[in-house]
Design a protein around this ligand. Structure first.
Ligand code: NAD
Length: 294
């Protein structure tokens, strides 16, 4: 049976390292990193994410600021708030919870965020920096995938990595990060021919698709490491719902060498990496070396 890669435990350790770094910044540099999260509208899932982000930010000792705006907020008013946060020295990281209401241009909003405070790593300049391999603020979920892989496998050099999914928030950035780790990277997507055969070539398989249990056991090379990014809510018994991934966990865990569960794998890493990005952003803004352990 495959080893279970425990993202929940790794994320807890990372949050504790972030808290140590925050305490060091406050004690030695009088810098208390601040994260502002902006939510527009009343989407229930987004409200849960924002609440969790705020709670975990405060638990590490950072300043957590939430801006909850009504769904009918104009693009102009949202851009004005971002401008204010860009110029607020107490705010080191700005995150605008996506998706935004349809009347607001998402890319215009993201690209208005001060690139040095773009802790989601979605600003076009951070995307460009990542693609040419220079230091940038890296998107949180992809960064979490790489931390789990390196923790489990050590050096990733020369591994065949297959990423299923080519979205701007997961598939493409995780592919760039795997390339930076010297993997041989294949990006597969909805138009890939013979996806099972492509997946069978993978020493590392990252599934970021959004299709429940798409990846079957016989798509997996024996001993491969599987990172399941998918979060799919499905109907369960008794009118309840439960979360499953993009990989058929029961089948895959009989073939793979290691696998992330859903929930409890990649999911908890996202907020932990957001907190880490906020500390990194604060250090860079103040010319402080990034603490070891981050
Ligand atoms: P997306 O819809 O933006 O992109 C999905 C990608 O999968 C596309 O590039 C598409 O080409 C590809 N695809 C779709 N159907 C396919 C098929 N049948 N075969 C091969 N490829 C196919 O999704 P996303 O935002 O990248 O998210 C992917 C999954 O990851 C979702 O389940 C999402 O909920 C989850 N997610 C989790 C986290 C987290 O863990 N914190 C963060 C972001 C996304």
């Amino acid at each position: 049976m495959a080893t279970v890669i425990d993202g929940k435990a790794y994320a807890a350790k990372l949050r504790s390292r972030v808290a140590d770094a925050v305490s060091m910044l406050i004690t030695h540099h009088q810098v208390k990193p601040g994260l502002a999260v902006v939510l527009v509208g009343e989407d229930p899932a987004s409200q849960v994410y924002v609440r969790n982000k705020g709670k975990q930010t405060a638990e590490t000792g950072m300043e957590s600021v939430e801006h909850k705006l009504p769904g009918e907020t104009s693009e102009q008013d949202l851009l004005a708030l971002i401008d204010k946060l860009n110029n607020d020295p107490g705010i080191n990281g700005i995150l605008v919870q996506l998706p935004l209401p349809e009347h607001i241009d998402e890319s215009k909003v993201i690209n208005t965020i001060n690139v040095a405070k773009d802790v989601d790593g979605f600003h076009i300049q951070n995307v460009g920096k990542l693609s040419i391999g220079v230091d940038s603020l890296v998107p949180c979920t992809p960064a979490g995938c790489i931390l789990l892989l390196k923790d489990h496998l050590g050096d990733l050099t020369g591994k065949n990595a297959v990423v299923v999914g080519r979205s701007n928030i997961v598939g493409k950035p995780v592919s760039m990060l795997l390339l930076k780790e010297h993997c041989t990277v294949t990006i597969a997507h909805s138009r890939t021919s013979d996806l099972p055969a492509v997946c069978r070539g993978a020493d590392i398989l990252v599934a970021a698709v959004g299709v429940p249990e798409l990846v079957k056991g016989d798509w997996i090379k024996p001993g491969a490491t599987i990172i399941d990014v998918g979060i799919n809510r499905i109907e369960a018994e008794g009118g309840k719902t439960r979360l499953i991934g993009d990989v058929d966990y029961t089948q895959a865990s009989k073939v793979a060498g290691a696998i992330t569960p859903v929930p409890g794998g990649v999911g908890p890493m996202t907020i932990a990496c957001l907190l880490r990005n906020t500390v990194i952003a604060a250090c860079r803004q103040h010319g402080i070396d990034i603490p070891a352990g981050l």
